[in-house]
Design a protein around this ligand. Structure first.
Ligand code: ARG
Length: 460
């Protein structure tokens, strides 16, 4: 018979049994479920709601159930619907009546909320650790490429010269925001719903501060209805993971472009790329493509949960059981993508000559040419127009700016002198961009230092 079978005259239909049960996915929270129950039992004993002896029996019994689940001895069944009732059944089978007292002053509604918060809190720490590892790979690669000149793009058109380090460090900065976003989310998540009961609290003299403290929460949630009906923390985590995946997806897109023959800025390691079943020459960036593709499913989970929650009246509704599969899938996806992406990046061979050659075409030093005239006294807007006509002249004469003779240059403006050639060298164009946050070596050096300090400060 079901734990809740008392008021029922019929067996649950087999279809309903399968449809309703969540054990296939909430079994993942068995540790948290037991941890929450231990704290609850200890509190019941301490407050005199059950005897100290029963409380101790429950805690010991739960330890044994934990061991049985971990060793595979205990069977978790769909008949028992979810992890909460499975654990309670296993406990009662072991210790008898004391086990039946565990659910005093509690409901599965506050139980599932506490389990999920505990579980997601742990998962956030795991995702964060993976992000920090990826950031270290970025810092290492950036160190090797502070002088590697590449074209910076806007509209995917060559724009101004930057270093490969500068490009990588942009992702380093994005990932730092992902880390702090996860930390913020964890902070708000860290309130304890246990003791909210089914929805309306309880008449027993429970101590919610005690259970909150024992379980490592900052405080108990202040409203019992909110305690059981809130899934903001799931949606917030899914949002943070979606943004993280959006970053990885943009990075992936660039890696895919960079290793195409059209760019050839990088070469992926054999161990991190794949071949074609028909085209013998192919080496494909499957890892990057899959990361880009999997971003969609994480967004899907976010949309799924936002939609599942949008029409729900307070307090608990069974719709909310949909939260676990989606958030677990998103976590697993991020946890799978991060290390494989880091490995791909770590082993990727950078081809500086190709980056430099690409930067050499496309008049990427045109702004620097205008800046040269401006520094010689011409107003910037006039310098801009002057260089615009120079670029036009170059395109009609098949020349680069630095290939024009001084006479050709002087014809356009007498301000040009011999030193213009130095000013147009890409290494100088990049190296002189020393403004705070710029690509000059001094600035990428500062960024690398700060990134490494960030990694150290956020490692737990
Ligand atoms: N398996 C349920 C869930 O994941 C647990 C809570 C069930 N509560 C209830 N009143 N049916 O949401």
């Amino acid at each position: 018979m079901k734990l809740w079978g008392g008021r029922f005259q019929k067996e649950t239909d087999a279809l309903v049994n399968d449809f309703n049960s969540s054990i296939q996915f909430d079994c993942r929270m068995y540790r948290e479920d037991i941890q929450g129950s231990m704290a609850h039992a200890a509190m019941l004993g301490k407050c005199g709601i059950i005897s100290q002896e029963d409380a101790e029996k429950i805690v010991e019994g739960l330890k044994a159930v934990l061991a049985d689940i971990e060793s595979g001895k205990a069977e978790l069944t769909a008949e028992n619907e979810d992890i909460h009732m499975n654990v309670e059944r296993l406990l009662t089978a072991r210790i008898g009546d004391a086990g039946k007292r565990l659910h005093t002053a509690r409901s599965r509604n506050d139980q599932v909320a506490v389990d999920l918060r505990l579980c997601l809190r742990r998962e956030i720490d795991a995702v964060k650790a993976e992000i920090l590892d990826l950031q270290q790979v970025i810092a290492d690669k950036a160190k090797e490429n502070q002088e590697t000149v590449m074209p910076g793009y806007t509209h995917l058109q060559r724009a101004q010269p930057i270093s490969f380090a500068q490009h990588l460090l942009a992702y380093g900065a994005m990932l730092s925001r992902d880390v702090t976003r996860l930390e913020d989310c964890r902070k708000r998540m860290n309130e304890c719903p246990l003791g909210s009961g089914a929805l309306a609290g309880t008449t027993y003299p429970i101590d919610r501060f005690m259970t909150a403290r024992d379980l490592g929460f900052d405080r108990p949630m202040g409203n019992s209805l909110d305690g059981v009906s809130d899934r903001d923390y799931v949606i917030e985590l899914l949002s943070a993971l979606s943004i993280l995946m959006m970053h990885l997806s943009r990075f992936s897109e660039e890696v895919i472009l960079w290793c195409s023959w059209e760019f050839k800025f990088v070469e992926l390691d054999d161990a991190f790329s794949t071949g074609s079943s028909i085209m013998p020459q192919k080496k494909n960036p499957d890892v990057a493509e899959l990361v880009r593709g999997k971003t969609g499913r994480v967004y899907g989970s976010l949309m799924g949960m936002l939609t599942a929650m949008k029409g729900l009246p307070l307090a608990y509704n069974k719709d909310m059981q949909e939260d676990k599969e989606q958030v677990f899938d998103a976590i697993d996806t991020a946890k799978m993508c991060l290390p494989v992406f880091a490995g791909m990046l770590r082993t990727m061979r950078v081809l500086p000559e190709n980056m430099r050659a690409a930067a050499g075409r496309g008049f990427i030093n045109a702004t620097d040419c205008a800046d040269y005239l401006t520094k010689k006294g011409m107003p910037f807007r006039d310098a801009y127009t002057t260089v615009g006509s120079l670029v036009y002249y170059c395109t009609t004469h098949q020349k680069l700016l630095e290939e024009l003779t001084l006479e050709e240059l002087k014809k356009i403006s007498p301000l040009f002198e011999e030193d213009v050639y130095e000013a147009l060298k890409l290494e100088n164009c990049m190296g002189q961009r020393k403004s705070y946050g710029g690509p000059a070596v001094s600035e990428t050096g500062r960024q690398i230092e700060e990134l490494e300090a960030f990694i150290k400060a956020h490692k737990s």
